[in-house]
Design a binder for this molecule. Structure first.
Ligand code: C5P
Length: 298
């Protein structure tokens, strides 16, 4: 049987401002996504019957019909009355439930791959519509772009074409804390209701426009100042280990460090691969029970 291999990238949120809670219990956001080269690999094998099967090298990936890649395949199959099936093997490298959209990326990759392999001929617009049904972060990965803004649930994507050649280097730290995204958003509601604010707990000093400008100019200092995440304070209140880790990182000389999504992944923007590798070596000596990666824009 032929096997078809597709990469499935992770994302970082360089900016994430929670604006308000919506009637459907989701939240309106303003976000800037960056696709990074930390990636899972998905191996598809076509089946003549309609069975869809998921397997993985990771015990943390669900293998049943709750898996987002499974749901993406089933959505395509049901919507377009596909008579074929597929075996989907996910080789996990992106830490699960870390705020880097690993599962969402797997869903988007499955949509893109099976559109080709099942010869459905669906255009991007159609795939984006399906992606929205699978999760707020899925549409970003359907666009083939390194940077994009996200509005509404984070699912209304505008690719940032002027940044298509921009590359950032990162040191990335993933503490072994299990963070629940719904819990983080619920806590955002609770804290914000208490202090009656609608724009988040800390007011961002810079906004998306300034961040994009800094990215266009490739001005590292301005980029570092402009990155922002409304949820960082919330996740830190729920998981104090994160505050301790950040304090430790500051002591070790890491100036600018931001959480991605609802966490717990933390990242810094550095000037080069060399700087990132040197930091990684230093951090590995000093910090335990945290996964450390060097990664860049993809
Ligand atoms: O869309 P997704 O399934 O990834 O969202 C997971 C959870 O995160 C939602 O059930 C919701 O609690 C929260 N969420 C939100 N507002 C968003 C995105 C996610 O409240 N814009």
């Amino acid at each position: 049987m032929d096997k078809f291999v597709f990469p499935s990238y992770a994302k970082l949120n360089l900016y994430l401002e929670v604006l308000n809670k919506r009637k459907d219990n989701y939240h309106n956001l303003k976000t800037v996504f960056e696709r990074i080269d930390l990636a899972d690999e998905i191996i598809f094998t076509l089946r003549a019957d309609k069975t869809i099967k998921v397997s993985s090298n990771s015990s943390r990936v669900p293998k049943d019909n709750t898996n987002l890649a499974y749901r993406a395949a089933k959505l395509l199959q049901d919507t377009f009355r596909v008579r074929q099936g597929a075996e989907i093997r996910i080789l996990k490298r992106i830490p699960v439930a870390s705020g880097m959209g690993g599962g969402s990326g797997n869903a988007a990759t499955t949509l893109l791959a099976l559109n080709k392999l099942w010869k459905l001929g669906l255009k991007q617009r159609r795939l984006v519509k399906l992606a929205k049904k699978l999760g707020s972060d899925v549409p970003f990965f359907v666009y083939n772009c390194p940077f994009a803004t996200g509005e509404q649930r984070g699912d209304k994507i505008s690719p940032l074409r002027t940044l298509k050649n921009r590359r950032l280097w990162h040191i990335l730290l993933v503490p072994k804390i299990h963070v629940s995204t719904p819990k983080v958003y619920a806590a955002w509601d609770e804290f914000c209701a208490k202090i009656s604010c609608f724009t988040g707990l800390t007011i961002p000093e810079y906004n998306v426009k300034l961040l994009i400008l800094a990215l266009q100019k490739n001005n590292l200092a301005s980029i570092q100042k402009a990155v922002y995440n409304s949820l960082e304070e919330v996740t830190s209140r729920l998981y104090p280990e994160l505050v301790q880790l950040k304090a430790r990182l500051k002591d070790l000389g890491l100036k600018s460090i931001l959480m991605s999504g609802s966490g717990p992944a933390l990242f810094g923007i550095v000037s080069s691969r060399k700087e990132a590798l040197a930091l990684k070596a230093q951090l590995e000596k000093n910090i335990k029970s945290v996964e450390i990666f060097v990664t860049k824009t993809r």
